[in-house]
Design a protein around this ligand. Structure first.
Ligand code: GLY
Length: 288
């Protein structure tokens, strides 16, 4: 098989980060560097109010962040949840993966760990996000960045980062740092990352479900459709309890598929064959 580097990411706002990640892969860099640098660029951007610096706060007015990175070779996860005061939770998550025997650190423990690894505390709220919090303007905020990369040797990794839902309870954790819900990758099958309302996504463990379906011969597109359709049909029975769900998948051939319950969902692709491009998928037919 003639493998080629590929990087895919949720939402068009990821394009600037994907450009950085694809340069790393093109130059033979490590897949973890590609994940980390792609997501860092998005975390650092104050105009993206659902990820990192400038993310919308919880009820207490604090920016609480979740992030994770998963290795497709070992199936190891590094994740942090409810992390406050650090600009790049994806970098802290990578340290959890590479330098601890654990998978997930939360809240104060994650913050003490970040300090011990030399990360600097910063004020994470911006004037814009503080104003939104003070006025309690109802605003959606669960547009997670999810990135999957594959190098020319077929090694895969994925990563996610979010500030979670606006006005969430202090300590609330969504799907983003949870293996199988917000992300999953296996070098022998492929990977998936999810975005949308975490409380819904985790009910279906949709990233693991999509990867499992690919292991059973589903194409990434069919796996994405089926993983979303399966949980959405169940959630639709309780009409007040469901929100958006979107998923992005890739298999070991580099075939890509996405599915969404929104009117449209954008994702970014860059590979040896495809110059940086934004693709759009529209709402799946739920009740087929
Ligand atoms: N999917 C992001 C969250 O619900 O926190």
């Amino acid at each position: 098989m003639n493998l080629k580097f590929t990087i895919i990411a949720t939402w068009s706002f990821s394009a600037s980060g994907v450009k950085i990640g694809s340069e790393i892969l093109k130059n033979g860099g490590h897949i973890f560097d590609a994940i980390e640098e792609t997501i860092k660029a998005i975390e650092d951007d104050p105009n993206i109010d659902s990820v990192g610096f400038g993310g919308l706060p919880n009820m207490a007015g604090e920016v609480e962040l979740d992030a994770a990175i998963m290795d497709g070779k070992t199936l190891s996860l590094g994740a942090v949840a409810a992390l406050k005061g650090f600009k790049n939770p994806i970098s802290v998550a990578r340290k959890v993966l590479e330098e601890t025997p654990h998978a997930l650190l939360v809240d104060q423990g994650a913050e003490e760990f970040a300090l011990s690894k030399g990360f600097q505390r910063v004020i994470m709220i911006t004037d814009k996000s503080r104003k939104i919090w003070e006025s309690r303007i109802k605003k959606r905020s669960h547009d997670t960045v999810g990135v999957i990369v594959m190098d020319e040797s077929g090694n895969m990794a994925c990563g996610t980062s979010t500030s979670g839902t606006f006005m969430k309870y202090k300590g609330r954790v969504g799907d983003t740092p949870l293996v199988g819900s917000g992300l999953y990758v296996d070098n022998e099958i492929g990977g998936a990352v999810a975005t949308g309302l975490g409380e819904d996504i985790m009910k279906g463990c949709i990233s693991f479900h999509a990867v499992y379906l690919m292991s059973q011969g589903y194409s990434p597109k069919d796996a994405a459709d089926e993983a979303v359709r399966n949980i959405y049909k169940k959630l639709a029975k309780d009409k007040k309890a469901h929100d958006d769900i979107s998923i992005l998948c890739i298999n070991t051939n580099g075939d890509i598929g996405a599915a969404t319950t929104r009117s449209k969902f954008e994702y970014v692709v860059s590979s040896e064959d495809i110059p940086l491009s934004i693709f759009v998928v529209t709402k799946i037919k739920i009740l087929e």
